[in-house]
Design a protein around this ligand. Structure first.
Ligand code: NAD
Length: 511
């Protein structure tokens, strides 16, 4: 049963039919944009961008505030679209897609002026006596945005707002699994009075994404899997365009002996099962000190048994967003079982529901020989491993090709921070599940195979700019530095100068 399947097309376009993972009923079709259409969209965007870049940051912010108003007024439309398309719970649709989008839009609308203000920088050395230096954040042009299915609105809104506030236009290729959320976002931008073609959506699959990278854009902001990220990075390198890659993870949670066990058990459940486990910074591996292992597991098991999974009404754990992910989850579970893991709760598809539901699951006796502890599973699975001490926990946490986020649980905050500093990953939370993407001030991005480049916050929005240095004379008159003609006298003078300026302590102090 495919959630996305190719269908016959009479015309020149490839067509895809979408089904809801909640009901398995068809919810619509999309036509994949051709390479020529993608290129035409980028050309239109370039025209829109040249006017947009002339607007002041305050004027751009006004437009973003109107987009925010759309989200506030039309929350239910977002919630309904996202649930139908992904099967995530209503609570997650509200918190991840509506709240986070408003939070991101308002943050950059308020702060962009400060983050992108021109800077004066003192010039080092002797040139500092003669020259001044100004740094100006200039937009790159047209940004290509390629996004995944697990946060179809927020993972588009957050980079889009940063790129637009910085004065760029955006052409967005959403996931083929969640095209209708992007369509809704486009409607919101139209209702908010965005200039025509400033934000465009090109629907399609990987081929359309690849066409966007080759369509003459100025930067790619990519969020998705490691395998696709590699292809995107290669294509950007071929086109010599900058890119950020926000990729997959296998985040570790370390539970110390002095942790608040109730809080840690609750953190393990939400960290592993939130968004049906389809969270890039979701907890995928839990290392627990042996002296608290038994009570911790008991609490997690008790909590997991309370989790509700329904296709209507109140629910805690939603559907698997699409069949391909379900296949990965089932394969990792089969591998873990075959290698001796114990399944204490769940472990299978939910037989009571028609849609793509996998039971919230707790697994123990896992080892690093299992895919469940090595590869990104992206499902509602709490995988727990007993460790001797904190050293072993850190060693195991670092024994991974990924490094996106992670979390440490202890009542000793300083110790938590010390452990955090030793985890080879992109960000760490102490006594909370992975919050970092939602902390706009924090730079976000993975190490190892989890990504290239950090996004968000002041440096994130500046990543959508070229930092243009403009240097000028302080006085505006006199000869050009090092100008013609070259004379022996000037060369001797320069050599003496080098001796004085770089060869004496006093001069070192002055420079
Ligand atoms: P994916 O890599 O399969 O697809 C992501 C996007 O890339 C889609 O829009 C897809 O159509 C497009 N694409 C596919 N092939 C392409 C190509 N050759 N060139 C250009 N674009 C192409 O990922 P997914 O399955 O949609 O998303 C899940 C993955 O995303 C997980 O690994 C998850 O961890 C990761 N993710 C990371 C973050 C983060 O911030 N680090 C956030 C969310 C999701």
């Amino acid at each position: 049963m495919a959630i996305v399947e190719p269908i016959e097309s009479a015309g020149p376009h490839r067509r895809l039919r979408l089904k809801s993972p909640v009901t398995l009923a068809p919810i619509g079709e999309i036509e994949c944009a051709s390479a020529e259409e993608v290129r035409a969209a980028v050309e239109r965007a370039r025209k829109a961008q040249s006017d947009w870049a002339k607007r002041s940051i305050d004027e751009r912010a006004e437009v973003m505030w109107r987009l925010n108003d759309q989200f506030v007024k039309r929350q239910d439309e977002v919630i309904d679209a996202v649930i139908e398309e992904t099967g995530k719970t209503r609570s997650e649709a509200i918190s991840m897609e509506v709240f986070s989008s408003c939070d991101s839009i308002t943050y950059y609308a308020k702060k962009a002026r400060k983050f992108l203000a021109p800077e004066k920088r003192r010039i080092h050395g002797i040139l500092g006596f003669a020259k001044r230096l100004k740094l100006v954040y200039r937009p790159l042009g047209v940004v290509g945005l390629i996004t995944p299915w697990n946060g179809p609105i927020i993972l588009a809104v957050n980079p889009m707002v940063q790129a637009l506030m910085a004065g760029n236009a955006v052409v967005h290729k959403p996931s083929e699994v969640t095209p209708f959320s992007a369509q809704l976002l486009k409607q919101f931008t139209e209702a908010a009075g965005f200039p025509q073609d400033l934000y465009q959506v090109v629907q399609g699959d990987g081929q359309t994404g690849a066409a966007l990278i080759d369509a003459g854009i100025d930067k790619i902001s990519f969020t998705g899997s490691v395998a696709t990220g590699r292809r995107v990075g290669e294509a950007c390198a071929r086109n010599l365009i900058p890119f950020t890659l926000e990729l997959g993870g296998k985040d570790a949670m370390i539970v110390c002996s002095d942790a608040d066990l109730d809080r840690a058990a609750a953190g393990a459940l939400i960290g592993s099962c939130m968004n049906t486990g389809h969270y890039c910074c979701g907890t995928e591996r839990i290392y627990v000190m042996e002296d608290i292992y038994e009570p911790f597991v008991e609490k997690v098991v008790a909590g997991a048994r309370q989790l509700r999974q329904n296709d209507r009404g109140e629910t805690d754990v939603g559907a698997i967003f699409w069949d391909k992910q379900l296949e990965i989850i089932e394969a990792h579970m089969a591998d873990a079982r075959a290698k001796g893991a114990q399944v204490l709760v769940g472990g299978n598809r939910n037989p009571d529901l028609e849609g793509l539901y996998f039971q919230p699951t707790v697994v123990t006796d896992v080892t690093h020989d299992m895919d469940l502890m090595r590869k990104e599973t992206f499902g509602p699975i709490v995988s727990i491993m007993k460790v001797r001490d904190e050293e072993e926990a850190i060693e195991l946490a670092n024994d991974s090709e990924y490094g996106l986020n992670g979390n440490v649980w202890t009542t000793d905050r300083e110790k938590g921070e010390r452990i955090a500093e030793r985890i080879e990953t992109g960000g760490v939370c102490v006594n909370d599940m992975a919050l970092t993407y939602g902390l706009h001030d924090a730079p976000f991005g993975g190490v190892k195979t989890s990504g290239i480049g950090q996004v968000n916050g002041p440096s994130g929005i500046r990543g959508y700019c070229h930092l243009l240095p403009i240097s000028a004379d302080k006085k505006g008159k006199g000869p050009i530095q090092g100008g013609y003609p070259y004379t022996r006298k000037a060369e001797d003078g320069m050599q003496k100068f080098i001796k004085i300026f770089f060869g004496t302590r006093l001069a070192r102090w002055i420079t």
